[in-house]
Design a protein around this ligand. Structure first.
Ligand code: B4P
Length: 198
């Protein structure tokens, strides 16, 4: 579908709609989603050592160590050499992770096509996550204090990742409030623009 690989970083605070939009992008473009949150929850479900280490941090709304998530992403890239492109969902979450991702892709002759950042205010984020927490079974969605901690972690450690991609002229920010369909259409329009420019 694409002449070159499409590698999209889907960015935004917790609850911004990254996971929701990723599902629709997989269906439309056949891209492979790499969600570090899903991978970590998988490790917890399997009761691995890594999962045990991540469980407490995630339940407290803290980020897990960079080396852990970088290692997971590196393994996935190696295991999916035939993918036509990747959606990085919830990764990178720190500048160190963004630098590591650039290096990993460079070593394969690839690069990030662009970052799309979903902008949603804190009040709406808290509302969405508490709503999801009612039936998601995710401990990090059930407690307002933990949700606020996640938003603070995002502002302190993750927000600078947008500047990292902006300095490479790869950042496009869009409004993440509105219908899921309208936001999806906006994301697709940006991808089409990248595709024409490639
Ligand atoms: P994630 O799994 O990435 O969790 P998230 O940020 O809450 O998910 P997302 O933003 O995808 O949620 P979505 O909008 O789809 O991370 C969980 C934890 O794992 C982190 O706190 C951290 O501890 C750890 N972790 C993960 N990656 C890491 C990394 N790289 N480094 C270190 N630690 C890491 O959904 C939110 C809700 O909003 C849903 O209910 C959805 O239905 C709803 N929604 C979506 N779009 C909407 C819209 N337009 N209108 C109304 N509601 C909407």
């Amino acid at each position: 579908m694409f002449d070159t690989m499409l590698n999209l970083v889907l960015f935004g605070p917790p609850g911004a709609g990254k996971g929701t939009q990723s599902q629709k992008l997989i269906e439309k473009y056949g891209l492979m989603q790499l969600s570090t949150g899903d991978m970590l929850r998988g490790e917890i479900a399997q009761g691995t050592t890594l999962g045990l280490e991540a469980k407490t941090l995630m339940a407290e709304g803290k980020l897990v160590p960079d080396a852990v998530v970088i290692g997971m992403i590196s393994n996935k890239l190696d295991a999916n050499k035939d993918a036509i492109g990747f959606i990085f969902d919830g990764f990178p979450r720190t500048v160190a992770q963004a630098e590591a991702l650039d290096e990993l892709l460079q070593s394969k002759g690839e690069t990030i096509s662009g970052m799309i950042a979903l902008e949603v205010d804190d009040e709406e984020l808290e509302h969405r996550l508490l709503l999801r927490g009612k039936d998601s079974g995710r401990p990090d969605d059930a407690n307002p204090e933990v949700i606020r901690r996640r938003i603070k972690e995002y502002n302190d450690k993750t927000a600078p990742v947008a500047d990292f991609y902006n300095s490479q002229n790869k950042l496009t920010s869009i409004n993440g409030i509105g219908s899921v369909e309208a936001i999806f259409d906006h994301i697709c329009a940006i991808i089409e623009k990248w595709r024409k420019a490639a």
